[in-house]
Design a protein around this ligand. Structure first.
Ligand code: GDP
Length: 360
């Protein structure tokens, strides 16, 4: 085409043509949603990549992904449940990831297949993670008998906890017989973890005994075992002292429904001191609660809890996201703050408006 001298537009130079993907099959595969049958077959065959992809579906907010995830879970359910689920909590810096690295290696030498999942409440609030997933548990994550999954992102703790619970089922179906669910001992996440595990392990530091390091009473009450970590070097003596103090403190708590008397052990994630003893306690706990029926009853109770929890969450979300409520809420809040009506009257009015709008 002859050049037009009137055309002052800058000429566009042809850029470098992209060479395309090195493996076109791979990128084409990534774009296609995974097939339910393929995922289920992969999970039951212990394929870690497909297990990971299924968990990504569980964690996804997208409706189509959720549908696939629910179908996969349904098909995996008959193969799930045959594991010991262990919750591990403790404040940041107590040594959770170092402990899991060491404890995990021990479990693998004992013949276990181990999955590590995490619930990190900080990642939803600040988008940063206290558990700092990427660089943790390096040795364990390269071991073929271990599957490590970072904590899912999400809008609410309830939502994240549900995803973790569903991921537990998938890991079990994939043949992982020991599931560790890690969380930070600051906030509500321990209660969520406690409602999805069989055994609850609290890690503490060798400090003084009586103050329980600012850990809430409720968390101590949930513990089946307190492990005083970093019992090495100069801190060994201190840890032994802390052990006695915690043992005394535990006597003040009411007996557990499981009839298990909580234990206190000292350990070092660095020297591996106490690690085999902790695993032994967990096995003792399992035999004890299996023989008195608590193990099974507790899981049934947890299933009921999650049924109610899911209903509550869904109702709450649809309430606050409904157009009627979005419109009425600002005035309702104004009425409360100005004291025109009581909170109960206003809540009642909003609920009636919501229920009425759903009947139309
Ligand atoms: P987390 O935040 O609870 O996951 O704690 P980390 O596992 O990241 O550990 C925090 C720090 O404590 C790191 O510098 C670890 O090396 C150190 N640490 C963890 N466990 C032990 C232990 O048993 N003994 C000693 N001496 N240091 C430990």
């Amino acid at each position: 085409m002859p050049e037009n001298p009137q055309n002052t537009r800058p000429k566009v130079k042809q850029g470098v043509i992209s060479p395309g993907s090195l493996n076109p099959k791979l990128s084409a595969k990534r774009r296609v949603l995974p097939d339910v049958e393929e995922l289920v077959k992969g999970i039951l065959g212990g394929d870690r990549i497909l297990l990971g992809r299924a968990i990504t579906m569980v964690e996804s907010q997208k409706y189509t992904h959720q549908r696939i995830a629910q179908e996969v879970i349904q098909k995996c359910l008959p193969h799930a449940g045959k594991s010991i689920r262990i919750g591990i909590t403790g404040t940041p810096g107590v040594g959770k990831s170092t402990f899991i690295e060491s404890f995990g290696q021990h479990l693998i030498t004992e013949g276990c297949r181990l999955a590590v999942l995490a619930i990190d409440p900080s990642s939803q609030v600040s988008k940063g993670s206290i558990l700092g997933d990427k660089t943790r548990m390096e040795q364990l994550s390269s071991n073929p008998s271990a599957f490590i999954r970072p904590s899912p992102a999400g809008d609410s703790l309830g939502g994240v906890a549900r995803k973790t619970r569903e991921s537990i089922l998938l890991c079990e179906a994939a043949g992982y017989d020991t599931i560790l669910v890690e969380t930070v001992g600051v906030g509500q996440s321990e209660t969520a973890v406690h409602s999805m595990v069989d055994f609850f392990l609290l890690l503490l530091l060798p400090g003084g005994g009586d103050e329980l390091q600012g850990i809430k009473r409720g968390i101590v009450e949930m513990a089946d075992l307190i492990a005083v970590n970093k019992a090495d070097g100069d801190r060994l003596k201190l840890a032994k002292h802390a052990k006695r103090a915690y043992q005394n403190a535990l006597h003040l708590f009411p007996p557990k429904e499981s009839e298990w008397v909580p234990k206190v052990e000292i350990c070092s994630a660095i020297s591996s001191l106490g690690i085999p003893a902790i695993w032994q306690y967990i096995n003792d706990y399992k035999s004890h609660t299996e023989s008195n029926g608590f193990f099974k009853d507790n899981r049934i109770g947890q299933a009921k809890y999650w049924l109610y929890e899911t209903i509550n969450q869904r109702l709450q979300t649809s309430f606050f996201e409904s157009e009627v409520i979005k419109k009425a809420l600002p005035d309702a809040i104004k009425s409360v703050t100005e004291g025109q009506q009581t909170s109960f009257q206003i809540a009642e009015g909003l609920l009636n408006a919501f229920l009425g709008s759903n009947q139309k």
